[in-house]
Design a protein. Sequence first.
Lengths: 653, 182
Amino acid sequence: MRKNTTNRLLIAGAALVAITGSLFSCRTTGSQSGPISTDAATAVYVPPGSYDEFYAFMSGGFSGQVTVHGLPSGRLIKTVPVFSQHAENGYGYSEETKALLNTTFGFVPWDDSHHPELSQTNGVPDGRWLFINGNNTPRIARIDLTRFETEEIIQIPNSAGNHASPFITPNSEYVVASTRFSVPIPQKDISISEYKGNFKGTITFVKADSPGEMDIAFQILVPGYNYDLSHSGKGASYGWSFFTTYNTEEANTLLEVNASRNDKDFVAAVNWKRAEECVANGSAQTMPADYVHNYVDERRIAVSEEKSGVKVLNPADCSGLIYFLPTPKSPHGVDVDPSGEYIVAGGKLATVIPVHSFSKMIAAIESESFEGVVDGIPVLQYDAVLAGEVEDPGLGPLHTEFDGKGYAYTTAFISSEIVKWEIGTWKVVDRIPTYYSVGHLMIPGGDSQKPWGKYMVALNKITKDRYLPTGPELAHAAQLIDISGDKMRLLLDFPTMGEPHYAQGIEASVIKDKQVRMFSIQENTSPYAIKSEDEARVERDGNEVHVYMSTIRTHFVPDNIEGIRAGDKVYFHVTNLEQDWDVPHGFAVLGARTSELLVMPGETRTIVWKPQGPGVYPFYCTDFCSALHQEMQGYIRVGAEGSTRPLAFSTGN
Amino acid sequence: MLIAFVTPIWKIKLDAPQYPEGLGMQIRINSITGEGENDLQNINGLNHYIGMKRIEPDSIRELKLMPWILGILAAAALLCAATGNRRLLYLWTAAFLIVAVIGLVDFYLWEFDYGHNLDLEHASIKIPGMSYQPPLLGSKKLLNFTAYSWPGIGGLAVFASLVIAVVTSFLEFRTSRKTTLA
């Protein structure tokens, strides 16, 4: 008997060891080598001298910029400065670019950029422009994709925390903006505890299809919730835009608890075609609101215009403008399938993914299947609009993209995985772990009517052990996943810059052949340009000195300057006379408290320098331009304040 | 020969590691232009490192004479054909041959001048014994560049005309000999 018990204990112990062992081995293969099959390397290998298949545009998050990677290699090929000054090329420092960062708050040299969005034609990314939101100081930027340069930034008035932005309509009619943080509108000094009823949200439609002419088309005043994310309707649902809300509790403190009380929050469905009608028939009020619009003009110089007054629609004055679709548990992402029929919302704390049907929504509106009205906005019945629920979607579903082949892919932040499910049956067909805690995901064209359903990128929030450690701050991790087959297949890890939230991807051929290689010096219309070395000169106007300087391999004209005085404000207008591909020149001068300049062929850029004391100051080319790059330098002689030495300049004497 | 009025007579192409797309020059009957919009300017820019003279099409007298010379030769060819005068044909062929030889020699001399007559005072790159004369025909390595030189369509057309002229003259000469003998 006793022996029997011992034996049983031994067997139980052995079983425990076996189970634990299998758990460990499972974890090892599951998270490390298992998903990587040997041919993954060839799937992401882009041979030297070859191009990637796709451009991927990653938001920089707290870097305020956009980074451009090639897929499938994951190689970083460009940082496009947008909302943050970029000393690397003088963006936000040079006289030609400073104005892009102007706002009603003054010059704001940083932002938090979240969601890149490619321009579209007929619901398909067309590669003309990339838009991206500034979250902290509500703004939207437009980047030209023939130059990969920020060319326009518009400030969003009556807003705070521009998060659900800049999701685009299918023909680039509008990009949207909204208030993540509801605030008093118009702003006023009011107790925070009086949030309910006094704080409001706005949903903004920004005219987007005309470069240099972005403007606030109209705003919709909405209840004081948090407006989180958006996507536009397309195909069947063309003319509508969808926004998630949370904090329908209207809490003003400890939101992690207080904004998680309601069983359901809302997806707001906005009929922007109806909004256009209401604006046209005079239902909108003009509200005083100041904002700034910055754009690069035909001289390639950024200018700012101060604007005032926006058209604001109150839902009570424009019936049929907006409806609320009840959606479980603080929904985050809202994504529309390629057909436009299904609206998928990821409830951060939900146990299912609800999929709303656009046609059922229209039917519910027609039959007035309302369960209530909030601030003049009808709330539709959940069951009347629901197409289906995806069961067991992972914990913390956030964002969904589509492959154009009948499947949707949803990220689950808490369980750190991506689940693939079938549209129509709402059944999960595959799942793959991510490393770790995936936020957005991106399939090139995956939020459009025509996804390129070959690759998927997981954009993860936590990195931990994926790369060589670099102190406390680690690069964020992205994972490239092959979605061309039935089973998802992990191909590659690659680090990203800043914190990519969302991303966009597009087949390389749409963009690569449209690239500007240089600017024509003959067509340079900058008033500070010089067309040849003969025009180089130095002019004084009081204590302002203008140096009209040229660069060409491998010298500056002029490269000896005398007659500058301490306290002068010296403008270096540097024109790069090169007309050759990939030959920028740089300009840096000792004692500059700004940045360098990087001047593209045929371009003129200006930096201001204020010498503080007498002496001789060297300047030089910062971009290794030729074999004699190290010879590309010059000197400026600075006299004491009040010195009467006349201006003199030369090269080669 | 009239083809040479509308197409390049000669082409020079330069390849280097930094110029995978290449730089090119076209010599036409009355001009020298870059293959790409800025190629000539960039070739001149690169040449300044070795002290080579700028290639300024306006200062090359031959470009002004060439249309006349080729024009007169073409007109003479038509005259030969119209008159059917055998002696005129011989004369024309001889003139054509002489012009062609002078043309090639002249082209060679220009290349020699550009390649050897360097302003070493202002040259950054000075390599003792090195000259930069591009080849008349074929390819040649010049520092990091490989220079290729070959006739363009116009040049080939002129060459073809010349061959036809010589062959015609030869045939005519043989026929006339036979006729005389008979």
